[in-house]
Design a binder for this molecule. Structure first.
Ligand code: ZN
Length: 361
C-alpha cells in the first residue's frame, strides 16, 4: 500500500520535474519580487513601523536596481502598493510568469527585543522546531483570508504535519534555493555589515505552490530598536536592497553559466550507451567544506563530495538505477531526514527526470 502511494507521488513529481526543466533552459530571464503582507495584513509591528511598509520599500528598490543594471531581466512584482494579496494569488502570479526565481521579502518580530539579525530561508524543508515556528507565523496570514479552508485544501498553518508535504514539492529546487539564500546572507554579512543568523530552511506556504527556486528573506527584527531604526531608514533600505541585488546578480551569473554547459546533455541520442548514469542520495549542503571525522562522516562511511557553485554537497550510496537507490533511501532518511535522490551523468549532476528517462523502462 505504501509503495503504491509512493508511486503516485513519483508520477506526479516527474511531471513536475519535466515541466520545470522545459522552462529553465537558457538564461535567467524573469524574477518575481514579493513584498510580504500588505493592506489589511500589516505583518509584524515595531514600536512605530509595520513590516508591510518596510518590505515594500526594499522590494521596490531591489526591483529598480535590477531594471536599471540588468535590463535583460524582467521584474514581476506581486504588489507595488499597500494592498492585500492572498498567498495563493502570489504563487499564481509567480507561476503564470514562468519566472526563474522567487524572492519573498519580510521583516521579523520576536518578544525578546535583544534578538537581531538577518536570515534567509531556502524554501522547502524544515530542519528544526524553531524554523517551523517562523513558518507558522508567516503562514498564519491565511487565517485572514475568507474561506481559507477550501482555498488551502484544509491546510492548517498550526499543525506540524501540514509541512511534511513541502518536502515532496520542493526538493527539486532546494539546491538552487540554497545557493541564492547563501549568496544573500553573504552579502548582508560581508558587504552590508549586518549580523547574519544564516541560511535556514522551512516550509512556507507562500512558497509551497511555486514552481521555481525561491527564498524568503527576513531583513531584520522590528522588535529590536536598533534594527527598526535601520530598517525604516532610507539608507538602511537602500543598503539591504543593494545586497539583495548583488546576490541576485551572482545567482544569475551562475545560472547563465550553468545553462551554457548543460545544453549538450539535450542531445541524448549518443549519450545513451556511452555515458554511465549514477544515482546518489544527497544528505547535506554546506557553504564550508565539511571535514572528515565530523558528525556527517561519522554517521556513514560511504560519502562522496562534489562542488556546485559556491556550495559543497555530500552524497551517499551509488546505484545504476533509480529503483535501486529508492530502496536505500528509507535507511538513509533515518539519519538524514531531509535527504533526497539526485542523478549524475559522467559525474556531472543532471536533472533526475533526464536520468530516469535513460535508465528506467
Ligand atoms: Zn512577514
Amino acid at each position: 500500500m505504501k509503495l503504491f502511494v509512493f508511486s503516485i507521488v513519483l508520477v506526479v513529481l516527474f511531471g513536475f520535474f519535466i515541466s520545470v526543466e522545459a522552462q529553465s533552459t537558457g538564461k535567467l530571464k524573469r524574477v518575481v519580487i514579493d513584498a510580504g503582507h500588505g493592506g489589511k495584513d500589516p505583518g509584524a509591528h515595531g514600536q512605530y513601523s509595520k513590516e508591510k511598509d518596510v518590505v515594500l520599500a526594499v522590494a521596490l528598490k531591489l526591483g529598480n536596481y535590477i531594471e536599471k543594471y540588468l535590463p535583460d531581466v524582467e521584474v514581476i512584482y506581486t504588489r507595488k502598493n499597500d494592498e492585500f494579496i492572498p498567498l495563493m494569488e502570489r504563487a499564481g502570479i509567480a507561476n503564470k510568469s514562468k519566472a526563474d526565481l522567487f524572492i519573498s521579502i519580510h521583516a521579523n518580530y520576536i518578544s525578546n527585543s535583544r534578538v537581531r539579525g538577518t536570515e534567509t530561508f531556502a524554501l522547502g524543508l524544515h530542519r528544526s522546531q524553531e524554523n517551523l515556528e517562523v513558518a507558522k507565523k508567516e503562514n498564519s496570514v491565511i487565517l485572514l483570508e475568507d474561506d481559507y479552508t477550501t482555498t488551502f485544501e484544509g491546510f492548517d498553518p498550526n499543525l506540524s504535519e501540514s509541512y511534511i508535504i513541502f518536502e515532496l514539492y520542493q526538493n527539486s529546487y532546494l539546491d538552487q534555493s540554497l545557493e541564492m539564500a547563501s549568496l544573500v546572507e553573504n552579502q548582508f554579512e560581508q558587504r552590508v555589515g549586518r549580523y547574519s543568523r544564516g541560511v535556514k530552511q522551512a516550509g512556507f506556504l507562500v512558497l509551497r505552490e511555486i514552481a521555481m527556486p525561491g527564498v524568503l528573506v527576513e531583513l531584520g527584527f522590528l522588535s529590536n530598536s536598533d534594527e527598526e531604526k535601520y530598517l525604516t531608514s532610507n539608507e538602511g533600505q537602500s543598503l539591504l536592497a543593494s545586497g539583495l541585488f548583488r546576490a541576485f546578480k551572482d545567482y544569475k551569473q551562475n545560472f547563465d553559466d550553468k545553462n551554457k554547459f548543460n545544453r549538450p546533455t539535450q542531445t541524448a541520442g549518443i549519450a545513451k550507451n556511452t555515458s554511465p548514469i549514477k544515482y546518489r542520495i544527497q544528505i547535506a549542503s554546506s557553504r564550508k567544506k565539511i571535514k572528515q571525522g565530523s558528525s556527517v562522516y561519522r554517521k556513514l562511511d560511504d560519502i562522496y563530495e562534489y562542488q556546485d557553485g559556491n556550495l559543497f554537497k555530500y552524497t551517499t550510496g551509488e546505484t545504476k538505477t533509480f529503483s535501486e537507490i529508492s530502496k536505500i533511501l528509507p535507511q538513509i532518511r533515518k539519519e538524514f531526514k531531509d535527504c533526497f535522490i539526485i542523478a549524475f551523468e559522467n559525474d556531472k549532476r543532471v536533472p533526475l527526470s533526464d536520468a530516469i528517462a535513460k535508465t528506467e523502462e
